[in-house]
Ligand binder design. Structure first.
Ligand code: 5AD
Ligand code: SF4
Length: 482
């Protein structure tokens, strides 16, 4: 427990914490949990950095761009720290684990540096930094620093009881099922900064989901770096797979939709696909990154599959789960990627008809095998061009497939007011709301507060590459206050 949640100087004023989060859903979840914990300790959340007594950055190391964002944010707050030295500054997450020394050198005004495997210690270390007047570091062991058990133990799980007020949405929640990654794709820093793959006990996951459902959560997204590799062995030798977990979660009253991200192609087993097909709660949406369509590149990436294996897996998915929506990630400009290699990726994207693809330019990461073994030899302009070209191809496919949905009706979980500026012509734009279908398609429609958190039927009337536009059925609108 922090013993002084009240700021000195102004009696009765609660300490204020400001947080910025970069990166993946795992980071969003960690930030939610950290803030919930600090609120327990008497802090209140502020969105105004100038009002904050504690400024936190939850960081990402997956590409250089993400790191640059954090370093410039740290640079911008130097003046705050100069004016008010009592303000505490913290760097959390993957960059903290990877670059503690560099952070202290480049931003000596940082008070705490806490890796993703130590995130539960934020309040304690903020207090300690204040008491001792010296920066505090909490990091897990490097992947080469000892036995697998000791390294794993140094990446501690942090999945405390959840606070409804802290969730970005009252009826949606992330639940961690795994930590870390053991795939060691050669370009990727994640296995170093998030540690060995560790699956959480199913009983803990189910208990957390029950608690969330009791709080009104209807949609749960299970998180893991390679979520479909989830496997938990009980003392008696029984093994729980992701498919078993889906069956267990399906039984929880109140949980109406379950998603899981991100999947690894080699672990897309039939039991999982059948569970998605058979369970009414399982979202017919699977995010399974291909990364490249060229076998030679895939080999250098150490993805452990070929492009034909990936395509066969896709065919199996589409056959088992009618109407499944699939999304992918691609890295363009990886070491040694020739024009011909890139064309193979283009071919894969053209044939696969993903719902959407996230496309990234290769960013060399110090400490990865790719960085040690291969020169980063694709020029930046070429990476940029390939990125734009691939994105244009994917966008055209997404648009075409979305337009095919015009005239159909689908069930949407209403999330909230639409932030998108996309406007369908002729709309008054007074109350545009958004939600998602079971296939994770974004739908924008005219709505009102009373629809939030409900499942409604929406007829699709128009489409862009990323958004469907529709109308809520008269029955579902009836009786709901405007
Ligand atoms: N450079 C560019 N993209 C990367 N990714 C992971 N590491 C790198 C890197 N070094 C991408 C992969 C992964 C996604 C989360 O980020 O496509 O699936
Ligand atoms: Fe990184 Fe590969 Fe693990 Fe994904 S599977 S987190 S890309 S090492």
């Amino acid at each position: 427990m922090a013993d002084d949640p009240i700021s000195s100087g102004e009696p009765g004023r609660r300490k204020k914490v400001y947080i910025e989060t970069v990166g993946c859903q795992m980071n969003l979840l960690d930030s939610e949990l950290v803030i919930a914990r600090l609120r327990d300790e008497g802090y209140e959340l502020t969105t105004d950095i100038d009002q904050a007594d504690t400024i936190l950055y939850n960081t990402c190391s997956v590409r250089q761009h993400a790191e640059d964002k954090t370093y410039s944010a740290l640079g911008r707050i130097k003046h705050i720290k100069k004016r008010r030295p009592e303000v505490a500054v913290g760097v959390l997450g993957c960059m903290a684990q990877k670059d503690q020394g560099a952070i202290l050198r480049r931003a000596p005004h940082v008070d705490v540096i806490i890796g993703p495997g130590q995130i539960g210690r934020v309040p304690e270390l903020l207090e300690k930094a204040k008491a001792e007047g010296a920066p505090q570091l909490a990091l897990s062991l490097a992947r080469t620093a000892g036995s697998r058990e000791t390294i794993s133990a140094s990446f501690e799980g942090y999945d405390p009881d959840r606070e409804p007020a802290m969730r970005p949405s009252p009826f949606q929640a992330f639940v961690r099922v795994m930590m870390g990654c053991d795939k060691f794709c050669t370009y990727c820093i994640v296995p170093s900064v998030r540690g060995p793959e560790q699956s959480r006990p199913p009983a803990a996951i189910v208990a957390e989901a029950r608690q969330l459902a009791a709080q009104g959560v209807k949609e749960i997204t299970l998180l893991g770096q390679t979520v479909n590799s989830y496997k938990f062995r009980e003392g008696d030798g029984r093994t729980t797979r992701l498919s078993d977990l889906l069956y267990a979660l399906d039984e929880i009253p109140g949980v109406e939709r379950i998603k899981f991200i991100t999947s690894f192609p080699n672990d897309m087993t039939d039991d999982l696909l059948q569970a998605v097909r058979d369970l009414p709660t399982a979202s017919r949406y699977i995010h399974v990154p291909a990364q490249s369509g060229c076998d030679e590149v895939l080999r250098r990436m150490k993805r452990m599959y070929s492009s034909s294996f990936y395509e066969e897996m896709l065919a199996r998915m589409k056959e088992t789960i009618p109407g499944v929506a699939v999304s992918s990630d691609f890295i363009v400009g990886f070491c040694g990627e020739s024009e011909e290699s890139f064309e193979r990726t283009v071919g894969l994207v053209e044939r696969s008809r993903f719902k959407n693809s996230f496309i990234f330019k290769y960013s060399r990461r110090q400490g990865t095998r790719a960085d040690a073994l291969f020169p980063d030899d694709v020029p930046e302009e070429v990476k940029k061009r390939r990125n734009n070209d691939l994105l244009a191809i994917q966008t055209a496919i997404s648009l075409e497939d979305n337009r095919r949905l015009i005239g159909t009706t689908d069930v949407v979980l209403v999330e909230g007011p639409s932030r998108s500026t996309a406007r369908r012509e002729g709309w008054d734009g007074m109350s545009q709301w958004m939600g998602r279908t079971a296939c994770d398609r974004i739908v924008v429609f005219e709505g009102s507060e009373g629809l939030a958190g409900r499942f409604v039927r929406v007829s699709i009337e128009d489409a862009s590459a990323v958004t469907l536009f529709g109308r809520v059925s008269a029955e579902d609108r009836a009786g709901i206050p405007a």
